[in-house]
Design a protein around this ligand. Sequence first.
Ligand SMILES: [Zn+2]
Length: 160
Amino acid sequence: MKKLCFLIISSALLMSCNSNAQKKSKEEQFPVQKTETEWKKELSAEEFYVLREAGTERPFSSPLNNIKESGTFICAACSHPLYETKNKFKSGTGWPSFDQPIENGVFFSTDNKLGYTRNEVLCANCGGHLGHVFDDGPKETTGKRYCMNGDAMDFIPTKN
Ligand SMILES: [Zn+2]
């Protein structure tokens, strides 16, 4: 049943995206535009693999998993603010998880890499791949689980 709901929701999302007759390609709509060669120079190998090649880091590998102090998670490529610690929750998946992004922080796309449609989450500023969003998040807040790669983000603690 859960799977069926997910399918219905994702195909609805897919249709609503298609009906918007987007003229620009996915890459063209981001304010920050760089070539893959430029990104390769600026990013570490791990960052490039996640952000530009849509890779996934090993679970429990990111130090950002354990961050509980107040602050902002920013894009590792362009420093765009993405998430706040107050929206982080313990998902047990081994990837930093949030129930909602900062307003205008992220951009949604879809991918079928695993043979079914997943809602992909990209940085709204540079288009870098961050992770995916699922509908099994905390019910008491948004019900969403933004499953992020720590390699795609940096953490800026709030200054007191
Ligand atoms: Zn970015």
